[in-house]
Structures are given as C-alpha cells and as structure tokens.
Write a protein that binds this ligand. Structure first.
Ligand code: CP3
Length: 351
C-alpha cells in the first residue's frame, strides 16, 4: 500500500473516527498502561532490562508497544515511553528506584534552579523516542493507530519540584504561590518542550497524541485557571492540527469545563464522575475518553460486564466516545480480566 492509502485506512478506523466524533461500527477501546507489569510478557522483558534502559531502546519499546496490541486486541497502540524522559534531558537526574517509583536527584527548588535549566533540542535529546515511534509505526498492523504522548506542564513541574511522586504537592504549590514569576518561566519552558516533543512524535508517525495531566486534580478551580490553564492552552495550541489531541487528567470532576477551555479534541475522564455528567460538563462538541475504575478489573467477569455496559449506556448513542479506564491498569490486575474487558466492550459497543 502507498503511504497515502495507509493514512486513509488509519483515518477510517473506529479509534480515529471516535476522536473526531464521527460514527464508527463499534466503540473503540484501548487502556492506559496497556503495556505494563500486569502482563507476563512485559515482565519477561523487564526481568532482563531496567525500565529506563528499556525506554532508551527503540527496538524493544516498539516490540512492547506492538505486543500489547497483539495480545489484548485493543484498537490503538500507545508508544512505550514515559512522561518523565524530557526531565532526564534537562539534566535533573532521573532514576526509577524499585518500590519507590521515580526519583529526581536534582529537583527545582528556587528561581536560580529554574534559570539554570538548559534549553534542549527535543529532536536530538529525545531522538530515541522518535526512533521508537518510527519503528512501532512500521511494525504495527496498518489498521492500528499509534498514540504519542507527553506529560502536561503541571504534572511534569510537580515531579521536578517535589523530586518524585507526592501526595499533597506541598512543594509544588508553595513554589507556585510564592515564586509566581519563576513558576511561569518553568511552565513556559516545559510547555515548549512538550509541544515540540508531541509535534516530533506526530512527524515520526503518531496518528494522535495524549497529554497526561495526571496530578492536576490536586488543584482547585481558581488555581487551575490562574496557574495552569494558560500554559496548557499554549501547549495545545502549538500542536500540529493533523493529529487529534486527548487531554487527560485524574481527580478532575470540578475541572472538566476548564480543561475543555484549555483545549483538546478529546477530554479524558476518570471514574470519580459519571460519564454522562462529565460529557454534559465538557460539551458535546468534544469527544470523551474513559472511564472505568481500574480496580473494577479485580472483580469477576459479570461485574466487569455490568460496569462496562453502564458506561457504554451513558453516551446516549452519541459518536465520540473512546472506551478506556479512568487511569492506568494496575500492576496486580488479573491478566484474563483485562483481555475480557476489551472483548466485552467490542461486543456490547457494536452498533
Ligand atoms: O500506557 C502505556 O502503556 C504506555 C506507557 C506509559 C508508561 N508511563 C510506561 C510505564 C505511559 C503513557 C506512561 C505515562 C506516565 N509515566 C505517567 C502518566 C500516566 C499516569 O499513570 O498518570 C506518569 C505519572 C508517569 C511517571 C511514572 N512512570 C510513574 C509514577 C511510574 C511508576 C513507578 C513504579 O514504581 O511503578 C512510572 C514507571 C512506568 N512507566 C512503568 C511503565 C510500564 C512501570 C515500570 C516498570 O516496569 O516497573
């Protein structure tokens, strides 16, 4: 097939149709963290390779990306990578410590730290991600769209300032409240990197991109509006118009209208709100993605079916719903249940 014919075939898949709110034959489904520790085949790869080492190996990243699609029969692939890799390019000393998650050895704690951050050329310093995207695109079936991704400015800033994961984001918010100018500088610096990295992934072969603002739900509405929205809006408006943008966060029930305002063709919704009321808040001129509680996958098949059906029923038959979890698949999830969810969504969501 010519590349033009492949592009057309990809554009007419249920996943791409749903992102654009076009009718599709069935509701497409993919799962955040669909390549992860719940999967025995992934654990085999990880037994021999450290996580960061894996992320820096384009051939292995492509393999893991394709493997998840082959095994789970999902309707889209997401490139195997991590939102924190751009922070490594900034020289912040990223490490994944077994059991503790990510650690940033040189966190940003002052105006001087922000001023010291280097300007980076994303196509060079993250070239291994782009190579993984190219390889995965080549190795994926021609009817499976590939999603590129990046962290959103707030979520990346939170890792950079906290020095790792956090519960209350005290350091991040203190910095935001007390160092307004440095905060805006940092957010601007990060949004430029994110926009560049997403555009590079689209150029390398991604059909759509997702922005993960995983921890933005820690903010109230006025803080989001003042400290985050303008930066996310700038990030998204800089993205090439030929690839739809999925704008995802968790704990965002009270922020959905503002996230919509910030941008995105599709808004990702977590399970803390009913999908019907989320879509009403977001507006029917945007598509939605979500929103099964990942912990439902620890229940039995009847319960999984009941919950999946409940979500599908909340769309009112409108085109523009991509089925997903409300957050990533958890590592201890029974593998059979993940496979079952994809099957049952395909069965119940056929139109
Ligand atoms: O969805 C996919 O299948 C694609 C791959 C993907 C990973 N990370 C692989 C990964 C994606 C989209 C991400 C994004 C990411 N990374 C986010 C946003 C999504 C979210 O969950 O909110 C965040 C916050 C991170 C940062 C990060 N990376 C954390 C907090 C952890 C967990 C650390 C731990 O000890 O579990 C990671 C590691 C990570 N990223 C794993 C995977 C498969 C697990 C690493 C392993 O194999 O041990």
């Amino acid at each position: 097939m010519t590349s033009q014919a492949i592009a057309e075939q990809l554009a007419s898949t249920p996943f791409m149709q749903a992102l654009r709110r076009q009718k599709s034959d069935y509701t497409p489904v993919w799962l955040m963290r669909q390549a992860g520790r719940f999967m025995p085949e992934y654990r085999q790869v990880r037994a021999k390779t450290g996580f960061l080492e894996l992320c820096h190996n384009p051939q292995l990243c492509a393999e893991v990306t394709v493997m998840a699609v082959d095994l789970l029969k999902v309707d889209a692939a997401i490139i195997f990578s991590d939102i924190l890799l751009p922070l490594q390019s900034l020289g912040c000393g990223l490490e994944f410590v077994k059991g503790d998650g990510p650690v940033i050895h040189n966190p940003v704690r002052s105006v001087a730290d922000v001023e010291k951050l280097p300007k980076i050329n994303c196509s060079e310093s993250l070239s291994y991600v782009l190579e993984a995207v190219k390889t995965a695109r080549r190795e994926l079936p021609e009817n499976i769209p590939l999603i590129g991704f990046a962290g959103a400015p707030f979520t990346l800033a939170s890792y950079l300032i906290e020095g790792g994961s956090s519960r209350n984001f005290e350091k991040t918010k203190r910095f935001m409240y007390t160092e307004r100018r440095a905060w805006d500088m940092l957010m601007q610096h990060l949004s430029q990197i994110i926009t560049d990295h997403l555009n590079n992934q689209i150029e390398a072969g991604a059909q759509a991109v997702q922005i993960f603002d995983s921890w933005v739900g820690s903010l109230g509405q006025s803080d989001y509006t003042e400290f985050v929205l303008p930066h996310v809006a700038r990030t998204i408006s800089g993205i090439r118009k030929d690839a739809p943008v999925i704008h995802f966060g968790t704990g965002t029930s009270s922020l959905l209208e503002l996230m919509r305002q910030a941008g995105g063709d599709v808004i990702g919704v977590d399970w803390r709100i009913e999908l019907a009321s989320a879509w009403q808040k977001i507006g029917y001129d945007r598509a939605v993605q979500g929103n099964l509680d990942p912990v439902v996958l620890f229940a039995d098949k009847n319960e999984i079916k009941r919950r999946a059906e409940n979500i599908l029923n909340q769309t009112g038959g409108r085109p523009g719903h991509v089925f997903n979890l409300g957050h990533g698949v958890l590592p201890e999830t029974p593998y059979e249940n993940v496979k079952y969810l994809v099957e049952i969504v395909h069965e119940l969501g056929s139109k």
